[in-house]
Design a protein around this ligand. Structure first.
Ligand SMILES: Cc1cc2nc3c(=O)[nH]c(=O)nc-3n(C[C@H](O)[C@H](O)[C@H](O)COP(=O)(O)O)c2cc1C
Length: 365
């Protein structure tokens, strides 16, 4: 209430990237004061057996995570457990640092509860990420690192670039995400395609086998793939022992959405987040679940603002979910609200644990 009535109207008067930088620096300070994180966490963390789940080697106290894109510079990695998240994904990180697209590169579209994102993969690079992660100490929740390719590379060099970043960072992350879906860089069309995903998954498997690396790896896809593509992606993920698929990244194709926002508000380059993604992401999750069943785990995201939104993704086939726009619009305790609501919805449907609800509204093909 305080956030939506007072803090958000003030924050939304300020340029989105500026306020984001202020918030993330505040989170960094807050998480470094010893007693503060402990107290906030006590308030935010929903302890309920029905929310506990497991994917691969990862254990989650609850299924609501923070999505990639909030903490691109690994500024406040210890802060997210304070707000009741079950896990958090940092980055996306590229092998070399990138300054991204010129500012402004982030716009709000409140009528659609969304953002237009044109960051262009701005981040501090893998060396910077390594320095940040190596001094972290124990993680309170699983922390994933999302990896993307350095902008401007030839397609033939891209998989090598991912592998280099993976080798640098894997031992400091609880899981790694290979982001093959970034829509805001010129080289995107080269790598957001099935043949590249296949090449990358095969090389990753070879590398982890050769080096004896046991790490949960996810592939994050965008909304642009048709049913045949999804079938090939699922096949290649299963055969290369990828833990799961994260669906979906920002929507780039404006023809597949019907915004309420004015033409003027929409008149910026970039990918769309938030409410406009909900329907498409549920469709993609259903399709992946139908194809993969238990062979792959799905992390579902796109337009989650409420427990009902999260539960719908779980019933479509997601084992766990992530939010970012929902956190920005909903406020600091949004993960707590969603978790409390989820625990009720699970019980109402007669389930003991969230895992029993996974895919309950989808068919296995
Ligand atoms: C400001 C912002 C930056 C983002 N940056 C990244 C990124 O670096 N890597 C990535 O995989 N996804 C990124 N995303 C996409 C989100 O992780 C997510 O897939 C998408 O926004 C849908 O979730 P939402 O509706 O909860 O926002 C970004 C999203 C936003 C809003």
């Amino acid at each position: 209430m305080l956030y939506k009535k007072i803090l958000r109207p003030i924050a939304f008067k300020i340029d989105p990237e500026t306020i984001h930088d202020v918030v993330i620096q505040s989170l960094r300070h807050a998480s470094s004061v010893p007693i503060f994180p402990f107290l906030i966490r006590r308030f935010s963390l929903v302890r309920d057996e029905s929310l506990k789940t497991r994917i691969g080697n990862l254990e989650f106290l609850n299924p609501v995570g923070l999505a990639a894109g909030f903490d691109k510079f690994i500024t406040a990695p210890q802060a997210y457990s304070m707000f009741g998240f079950g896990f958090a994904e940092l980055g996306s990180i590229t092998c070399s640092p990138l300054s991204g697209n010129p500012k402004p590169r982030l716009w709000r579209i409140p009528d659609d509860e969304g953002l237009i994102v044109y960051h262009g993969l701005a981040n501090g690079g893998s060396e910077h990420a390594l320095n940040k992660m190596s001094v972290l100490g124990k993680h309170n929740i699983p922390l994933g690192i999302s990896i993307a390719p350095t902008t401007g590379l030839e397609l033939k060099d891209m998989s090598g670039d991912y592998l280099k970043t993976f080798l640098r960072l894997h031992s400091y992350a609880d899981y790694i995400t290979l982001n093959v879906s970034c829509p805001n860089v010129a080289s995107c069309e080269k790598f957001a395609q099935v043949s590249f995903i296949k090449e990358l998954a095969e090389k990753m498997r070879k590398l982890t086998k050769e080096r004896g690396i046991k790490k949960d790896i996810f592939i994050k896809i965008g909304p642009e793939f048709n049913d045949d593509d999804l079938e090939r992606i699922v096949e290649c993920c299963v055969s290369n022992e990828i833990t799961g698929i994260i669906a979906i990244n920002l929507i780039k194709d404006r023809n597949i959405i019907t915004p309420k926002s004015s033409v003027e508000k929409m008149n910026h380059p970039g990918g769309l987040s938030g409410g406009l993604l909900r329907k498409k992401s549920n469709e993609v999750i259903k399709k992946i679940y139908c194809l993969a069943g238990d062979k792959l785990k799905i992390i579902g995201l796109g337009g989650i603002f409420t427990a009902e939104d999260a539960y719908e993704k779980i019933k479509c086939g997601a084992s766990i979910v992530q939010i970012i726009t929902g956190w920005i619009y909903g406020g600091p305790f949004q993960a707590k609200k969603i978790n409390l609501g989820l625990a009720n919805l699970i019980k109402k449907d007669g389930y003991k644990n969230i895992t029993e609800a996974v895919g309950s509204s989808s068919k296995i093909c």
